[in-house]
Design a binder for this molecule. Structure first.
Ligand code: PEP
Ligand code: MG
Length: 481
């Protein structure tokens, strides 16, 4: 555990390391140790079974707890369980290199991680050096875990029911992230059909020069990714999902920590446009450190802009950090999950008051179009706002009432439906009428089957993961001018 704590501190900072400090404390807990010993002595079970049995009891208890924060601790407790079991089952070299989630993952290269579910923060924390693919039982194409995997260039297939029951640790698996195919224990003949099989590493980032008919910006989740965006000649940052900085730190960041990150992004972009989104927590991005009330329907609950209005203590340090950072280069502030014009105006006024004392700030204020009601009000919103950005991932979810994370309805998560395109056309027309810039930062922006349609609607700026910038540019370059 000490080795893990120092590695995590070095790689990700003390915030992350605290998770593992807490795990170490659990392992040293006298009461827990007493319970193991009692099971061994009274039930005559071996040490491994005693660990399993004791943790099972805790899992059942935690599962019954109403409090979401407490229930989410099951994952931490299970991690302690697996670490203990691993140490008991195998005598291992104590100096063996440990990784973040499960040291088995570093055994060798070319590991495919199979899990029931990967949360956004777990995906970010995975030992991606040694991970060449993800398979999950839950989740959909537009889930944040899938978006992050795509950003890392790692093939991922989600919504594979019962896959954990079919696979054992160490099973050989062929995984095709593009088609969603998984072949378990492929025969030698099958393997011969895949001559490129050894080229499993994520492809290097290759820059494709900007094209005349489309501006392509980069989506990032961490400030350090601005380097990749720059390397592929992104024409700016079109979406910085700032909440991921906190999700990966396991806590809210202070104003100064946020300032450092935003200023870094603005400096590296050297005058290119930088769109930074206000913290977009809630819904499919729960954060235990926010201590939010338990909701029956979090995707329709306290999330995005609504949460920021309710919890201004989240908003204030962020907008002050943004205002200070904008001295290094103008910043466009994106308001997430805006429902109507009134909500935008109230929030913008609140922000203006909070930063009134900061000299030299260069902020503009715009709206994410991802809730259908805001899209229907695009004319009025764009008259008032400085810019708009279509968040098609959530727009599809809310327009068709289909959960973007639920593999059971993944077949219905369908951007092809004409109503979506009518709505997008309406927003594009409103942007033209108001003369305000409009971009799209959802996943469809990089997909060759949708990008030409977006451009035909009059959208000529998209923001996509740095790895997909080349694809978007190649698609656009092939279109007749
Ligand atoms: C969207 O909803 O399209 C979007 C870009 O935001 P996120 O995927 O982070 O919800
Ligand atoms: Mg969204």
């Amino acid at each position: 555990m000490d080795a893990i704590v120092s590695e995590v501190t070095e790689r990700l900072g003390p915030g992350h390391a605290n998770i593992f400090v807490a795990q170490k404390m659990m392992m040293e807990d006298e009461i827990l140790l007493g319970e193991f010993i009692q099971v061994i002595e009274c039930e005559r079970l071996n040490a491994e079974s005693a660990v399993e049995k004791t943790f099972d009891t805790y899992a059942v208890l935690l599962d019954q707890v109403e409090d979401v924060y407490m229930r989410e601790r099951t994952a931490d407790i299970n991690e302690v369980r697996y670490r203990l079991l691993d140490m008991l089952r195998e005598s291992r070299d104590e100096t063996g290199k440990m990784v973040l989630l499960d040291h088995r993952l570093t055994f060798e290269d070319n590991r495919i991680v199979v899990a029931e579910e990967l949360t956004p923060s777990e995906t970010i924390l995975l030992d991606t050096e040694h991970t060449v693919g993800f398979i999950t039982e839950k989740g959909g194409r537009a889930s944040h875990a899938a978006i992050l995997a795509r950003g890392l260039g790692i093939p991922a297939v989600s919504g594979v029911q019962n896959v954990l029951g079919l696979l054992r640790d160490g099973t050989e698996v062929l995984l095709n992230g593009a088609s969603g195919e998984i072949i378990i224990a492929p025969s030698k003949r099958t393997l011969e059909l895949y001559p490129a099989i050894r080229r499993v590493r994520a492809p290097e980032l290759h820059a494709v020069a900007p094209v005349a008919n489309l501006t392509v910006l980069a989506n990032i989740s961490r400030a350090e990714e601005v380097g990749s965006a720059d390397a592929v000649q992104a024409e700016g940052i079109g979406l910085y999902r700032t909440e991921f900085e906190c999700l990966s730190a396991g806590r809210l960041l202070t104003e100064d920590e946020q300032y450092d990150r935003y200023a870094h992004v603005a400096k590296v972009m050297k005058g290119r446009p930088v769109f930074i989104r206000l913290l977009d927590f809630g819904g499919d991005k729960p954060a235990s450190f926010l201590d939010l009330p338990r909701e029956d329907n979090p995707c329709l609950g306290l999330r995005g802009a609504r949460l920021l209005q309710e919890r201004v203590e989240l908003l204030i340090p962020q907008v002050r950090a943004l205002a200070r950072a904008s001295r290094h280069g103008a910043i466009s502030v994106m308001y997430p999950m805006i429902v109507d014009l009134n909500q935008f105006l109230i929030l913008r006024e609140l922000i203006r008051q909070q930063i009134a004392d900061i000299d030299g700030a260069a902020l503009s204020h715009g709206v994410m179009f991802e809730v259908p009601s805001a899209c229907l009000e695009a004319d009025d919103i764009l008259d008032a706002a400085d810019f708009g950005c279509i968040g098609s991932n959530d727009l599809v979810q809310y327009l068709f009432a289909v959960d973007r994370n639920n593999s059971l309805v993944a077949g219905d998560y369908q951007p092809d439906r004409p109503v979506l395109w009518r709505l997008i056309q309406g927003i594009a027309d409103a942007a033209r009428r108001s003369g305000k810039p409009l971009s799209l930062c959802g996943e469809i922006g990089a997909q060759p089957q949708y990008l030409p349609r977006l451009m035909a609607c009059g959208i000529n700026t998209v923001s996509v993961s740095p790895r997909l910038i080349g694809l978007a540019r190649r698609t656009a370059a092939q279109l007749p001018s």
